[in-house]
Design a protein around this ligand. Structure first.
Ligand code: SAJ
Length: 419
């Protein structure tokens, strides 16, 4: 079968590479010309373990080619859509990228094509997109073409492994659609596969990320409580988690990335009722950078340093440890929150960059260090040594990276009551 993958981002490119290396002829369609050029010259534009070798193999075998010309994806057997579905300013879904992709596919497809949406979408979207294709082409959904929602479930940093070993859901607008998609993906998926309707599949995907977001919100609320009672929430969670049916998540400076901050909104958006728990969880998680800010300002007060005189070094900009992705990163929110209230904000992230490439340079003469990302590189820092570079020794840990407060520091941490 000949496949077109539409959208070559964090999900589309690894998916295109994986299909190509499984023996399919894959055309990757992407509107960003510079991305197309990079891919065809065997250079990935995203950071992910093994991606460079796997991309090289896919391109050199002749099985993968990228293009920004819609004519190059005419008449394919299958179209796999992997475009972003972000939120607008007012937290409503922006389905513009998806609609553009669907229109492009509608103009290129043939009778009998299978269309797979991997993007995370509000419930009922796949059926709406099938209708859009019918309007454009006159082809009957489920009869003249097949359509499926097959959500990706991969974790950045482990994408190529999880693409193969995670179980997958195929939600068809008809049972035959789901069957065709399952057969296609079975060429490389070693996990279990399940067939259902497109609406169930859309809801399943959104429930998974909402489950995680709500659980993190609960952990974050426990962190607030720990400050009230002067205890360390991480000690308490560790002990609570010795119960056989308790698995409390990890509190921190916030919840970022392209998925968790957005998906709970997509889940409740098309529904009529209010769904308070899901919305409240989002608010709690969005508020966490402000708790970190309060902790920083408390520490400055302890040493009698007015915030407007303070030089603050923020360590970590990525939304999570060992990632270079800053989408919706709580570290960036934190920086924005303090920027106008302190003398200077410096930033340092070994994978993202920042104002200071070198950690020592970022800390030299600073009054406070704030850890905003749990990069592995931050876990083994010698704070007693680094402290000698600083003007004032304040350390705020937003990600439970530092186990024991270093000697001589004013130490604060999210969920670390009692310091
Ligand atoms: N976080 C916490 N506490 C935790 C877990 C995470 O504060 O206990 C924070 C992280 O620091 C990060 C954010 O949440 O800022 C999200 O990180 P994550 O590791 O939970 O998830 P993502 O966004 O990298 O990937 C998620 C995954 N979904 C689930 O685990 C249910 C992944 O499997 C999905 O494929 C991905 O979303 C997606 O694309 O939807």
């Amino acid at each position: 079968a000949e496949i077109a993958v539409v959208g070559l981002g964090y999900i589309g490119l690894p998916t295109a590479i994986t299909f190509a290396n499984a023996g399919f002829r894959v055309t990757g369609y992407e509107i960003r010309k510079e991305v197309v050029e990079r891919i065809n010259s065997r250079k990935a534009h995203i950071v992910e373990p093994e991606i460079d070798e796997l991309l090289k193999k896919a391109v050199e075998s002749g099985n993968l080619r990228a293009t920004s010309d819609p004519d190059d994806i005419r008449g394919k057997d299958a179209y796999i859509i992997c475009v972003q579905t972000p939120l607008n300013e007012d937290k409503t879904p922006n389905l513009g990228y998806l609609e553009d992709a669907v229109r492009t596919v509608a103009r290129a497809m043939k009778r009998g094509s299978l269309i797979v949406i991997e993007s995370t979408v509000p419930p009922l979207t796949t059926i709406k997109m099938a209708k859009l294709i019918e309007e454009i082409t006159g082809l009957k959904p489920g009869e003249d073409f097949y359509m499926v929602h097959a959500p990706e479930r991969v974790m950045p940093g482990r994408i190529f492994e999880e693409l193969v070993y995670n179980s997958r859901i195929f939600g068809g607008i008809t049972p035959e659609s789901a069957e065709l998609a399952e057969r296609l993906y079975r060429s490389f998926v070693k996990g279990r596969t399940f067939k259902t309707s497109s609406t169930v599949s859309e809801v399943v995907k959104l429930m998974e990320n909402t489950f995680r977001d709500v659980n993190i919100a609960l952990a974050n609320e426990f962190a607030y409580l720990a400050h009230q009672y002067g205890i360390d929430v991480f000690e308490a969670i560790e002990l609570a988690n010795t119960h056989p049916r308790v698995r409390i998540h990890t509190p921190g400076i916030g919840v970022g990335g392209h998925c968790l901050p957005k998906d709970p909104h997509l889940l409740v958006w098309p529904a009529r009722d209010d769904f308070g728990l899901i919305r409240l969880a989002r608010e709690i998680n969005d508020g966490m950078p402000l708790l970190a800010k309060d902790l920083l300002f408390d520490a400055l007060k302890t040493v009698n340093l007015p915030p407007e005189k303070a030089v603050v070094a923020v360590l970590g900009l990525a939304y999570k440890g060992d990632s270079d992705d800053t989408r919706n990163s709580p570290a960036l929110t934190f920086v924005d929150e303090i920027r106008d209230e302190v003398a200077e904000v410096r930033t340092h992230d070994p994978l993202v960059g920042g104002t200071h490439e070198n950690l020592e340079d970022a800390l030299r003469g600073a009054d406070a260090a704030v850890i905003a990302t749990d990069h592995t590189a931050f876990k083994s820092l010698d704070w007693e040594k680094l402290g000698s570079l600083m003007r004032t020794k304040i350390l705020v840990d937003g990600r439970h990276v530092v186990e024991n407060p270093p000697v001589g520091f004013v130490f604060k941490g999210v969920g670390r009551g009692g310091y």
